[in-house]
Design a protein around this ligand. Structure first.
Ligand code: FAD
Length: 302
């Protein structure tokens, strides 16, 4: 019987584990893929306090090291479900089943991708999914931005301040984000938009990102757009349905909690998986601390 099982070994889960271990709790972290989570896809992180620059993999290693040093147990396995049997939580994985007094779900989100050839290998090297995280690498350069909803428009405003030009490619006939944001984007002299167009192919030059080939969905016409980098802002994909019995979801599929991170009795959520405005490493880590401290109080009160 563990005190706390943490689902997901990203910055939210690892920080939660760190706080719980420092409160003398017996902690198991279950990670299905790579400890460190999404940041392991980032070659350079420049907004984590204490490091002017660090690779995502190095930061992930440091976070993992610090919980292992303090006695965390870890398993590489996928959690399939969590059930609550009063004070005992049952965590079923692909290979096993575990019990704990409390569970912290920190399973993150995925960025929707275009699914194009070469997209994976160029991620972090010309193809990006987060302007707040990676916009700085495109300072003074020309970028393409795919998407036209609220997050894409926010990213366009941010990129317009740091990039030479931003060309938005939207599959519909107009932006679908808030009118106020759309008009802010239209007022930027270095932002232009191509509507009714989908991205069909990535253009490479010497193995490096060089642009995209787009197709007008009304006329069928193909056009090549050249740029130094591309941001894909077509949404995030939470994967929370399997936990819906123990944590309520909002209409977008995120866990419907505030920064208290409390989902139900003995179940806590942390990081990108919950409903929030800013999804970053530091905000995920902040949630990890809140969730762990709430879980420790819950356990101590049992
Ligand atoms: C390419 C890229 C670059 C980024 N750069 C930056 C940056 O420079 N600065 C910054 O602040 N933020 C950056 N971000 C965003 C940042 O990485 C996320 O906000 C942060 O990782 C969220 O942390 P998390 O712990 O909530 O989730 P995640 O990092 O997504 O971690 C969740 C973990 O849970 C695991 N998991 C999911 N489901 C299960 C399951 N059922 N069973 C077991 N394990 C499971 C996943 O494999 C994953 O490892 C970047 C994101 C990307 C994709």
């Amino acid at each position: 019987m563990y005190d706390i099982i943490v689902i997901g070994g990203g910055p939210a889960g690892l920080t939660a584990a760190l706080y719980a271990l420092r409160a003398d709790k017996k902690v198991l972290i279950i990670e299905k893929n790579a400890f460190g989570g999404q940041m392991t896809n980032s070659p350079k992180i420049e907004n984590f306090p204490g490091y002017s620059e660090i690779s995502g993999i190095d930061l992930a290693d440091k976070m993992l090291e610090s919980v292992l040093e303090k006695g965390a147990e870890v398993e590489l396995d996928e959690v399939l479900s969590v059930t609550s049997d009063g004070a005992v939580k049952k965590v079923k994985t692909t290979y096993s089943e575990y019990e704990s007094k409390a569970v912290i779900i920190a399973n993150g989100v995925k960025h929707r991708t275009l699914g194009l050839e070469h997209e994976d290998e160029l991620t972090g090297r010309g193809v990006y999914y987060c302007a707040v995280c990676d916009g700085g690498y495109m300072r003074g350069l020309d970028v393409i931005l795919i998407g036209g909803g609220n997050s894409a428009l926010q990213e366009a405003v941010l990129l317009s301040d740091i990039c030479k030009s931003v060309k938005i490619v939207q599959n519909l006939s107009d932006f679908t984000g808030e009118a106020k944001l759309a008009s802010a984007v239209r007022s930027k002299p270095n932002v232009s938009a191509v509507f009714d167009s989908v991205c069909e192919k990535l253009i490479l030059n010497d193995g490096k990102f060089a642009g995209v080939e787009i197709k007008n969905t009304k006329t069928g016409e193909h056009t090549e757009l050249f740029a130094d980098g591309m941001f894909v802002a077509i949404g995030l994909l939470p994967d929370n349905k399997r936990f819906a019995d123990v944590a309520t979801l909002d209409k977008y599929g995120y866990f419907d909690t505030d920064e208290s991170c409390i989902a139900s009795q003995g179940v806590f959520v942390a990081g990108d998986c919950r409903s929030k405005r800013i999804r970053q490493i530091v905000t995920a880590a902040g949630d990890g601390a809140s969730a762990a401290l709430a879980a420790c109080s819950y356990i101590d009160s049992l």
